[in-house]
Design a protein around this ligand. Structure first.
Ligand SMILES: Nc1ncnc2c1ncn2[C@@H]1O[C@H](COP(=O)(O)OS(=O)(=O)O)[C@@H](OP(=O)(O)O)[C@H]1O
Ligand SMILES: Nc1ncnc2c1ncn2[C@@H]1O[C@H](COP(=O)(O)OP(=O)(O)O)[C@@H](O)[C@H]1O
Length: 197
């Protein structure tokens, strides 16, 4: 705690919010290359959780890099800061009782370990969306790989910036072998016991 910053003793605690929500909070963290399928699977999973009346929120590039993190680039230092801030935001949302789905390339192992330290390992599920660079480049959802190959954008993950694959993710999805629906089912099965009060 910073000097002279004192915590107020609020009466409503996380356990009280958990009671009215009817489920525990959780952070489901999707990591993988651009175009691997993070947003697609997070979107499907959120719809399934919604049907089960689970309180969710998705954090991804759109609501983070256009807002709170619009000052950040794709340099290694800024990616680290991006992930740190997202982890802190997710932590607050979890304190509010939500199941947070975070979809970020998050290419550095150390940064992903730091997330675990912020939110506590028990509340953290790392989902590695393992799609080969060749396949991501073939999909090229946003045309970024083409631009990177032409040298029009720098620090492109997989081309001119590294991606450190997780060695022991909680869940690994291989989108070249599994459908989006199979991936969603697999994650649901894994997280359901963790949501029980
Ligand atoms: N240079 C470069 N490298 C990688 N990605 C780039 C780059 N420039 C723009 N984009 C777009 O930004 C999205 C990735 O942002 P993230 O916040 O997830 O990146 S990171 O976790 O900080 O590495 C990523 O979104 P996704 O495709 O959904 O992963 C891209 O659309
Ligand atoms: N099994 C699969 N799982 C997820 N996405 C898939 C799969 N097969 C094909 N795709 C396609 O790959 C693309 C992934 O894009 P997106 O979800 O935006 O990736 P990311 O968020 O990782 O950048 C989408 O066009 C999606 O339809």
């Amino acid at each position: 705690m910073k000097k002279n910053v004192l915590e107020h003793n609020f009466k409503i605690l996380n356990k009280d919010r958990v009671k009215i929500n009817g489920h525990k909070p959780l952070l489901i963290w999707f990591t993988g290359l651009s175009g691997s399928g993070k947003s697609t699977i997070a979107n499907l999973l959120e719809q399934e959780l919604y049907k089960k009346r689970i309180h969710t929120y998705v954090l991804d590039g759109d609501n983070i890099r256009k807002g709170i993190n619009k000052d950040l680039t794709f340099s290694p230092e800024h990616r680290t800061e991006n992930i740190r801030r997202v982890a802190e935001v997710a932590h607050l949302m979890m304190d509010a009782g939500l199941v947070v789905l975070a979809a970020f390339i998050s290419p550095y192992k150390e940064d992903r370990i730091a997330i675990k330290n912020i939110v506590k390992e028990d509340n953290f599920v790392e989902v590695y969306i393992n799609t080969s660079l060749e396949e991501c480049e073939r999909r090229d959802v946003k045309g970024l790989y083409k631009m990177a190959r032409k040298g029009e954008i720098e620090d492109m993950t997989g081309i001119s910036s590294p991606y450190e694959a997780p060695e022991h993710p909680n869940i690994e999805i291989k989108t070249e072998k599994q459908t989006q629906q199979q991936a969603t089912e697999m994650i649901l099965k894994y997280i359901q016991p963790k949501l029980k009060i």
